[in-house]
Design a protein around this ligand. Structure first.
Ligand code: ZN
Length: 136
């Protein structure tokens, strides 16, 4: 494995319109992108903090992963995303080590990144995302 940094923290919120002003006006961050990821049934809002981002996630469908997360646990940190070099090789290595993978192959996430999720059962309860920037 070669993790380079925490790419982002994914935070589930009920409403981007309610949450963005807190991040901008109270924490002083700037929302630089809002993007809908239809496949994931979410709308995302991004903020930069150093080399790490905050990804706010608003559900667009109660049956989607964020809708279900909020229903079960309420708003809060939903996943941690690490930047990694060589996503497919890393997934193969993790599978060999017996780590449960939600995605055995990378798929497209927000911001054009290739992403894959590891199952929280294998990561001590933390939904873990690996991200690779294909343009690097
Ligand atoms: Zn994410």
């Amino acid at each position: 494995m070669k993790l380079t940094h925490i790419e982002h923290l994914g935070i589930a919120v009920k409403s981007l319109d309610d949450a963005i002003p807190f991040y901008e006006n109270v924490l002083g961050l700037k929302c630089y992108a809002i993007e809908e990821v239809a496949e994931q049934k979410v709308r995302t809002a991004f903020f930069k903090v150093g080399s790490t981002k905050i990804e706010l996630l608003e559900s667009t469908d109660p049956e989607g992963p964020i809708g279900k997360f909020i229903e079960k646990k309420g708003e809060g940190i939903q996943h941690v995303a690490f930047a990694v070099e060589g996503l497919q090789e890393n997934l193969d290595e993790l599978a060999e080590k017996g780590v449960l993978l939600i995605d055995k192959q990378p798929r497209k996430g927000a911001e054009g990144l290739n992403i894959a999720f590891l199952h929280p059962k294998s990561t001590f309860g933390v939904l873990t995302e690996l991200c690779e920037n294909p343009n690097k």
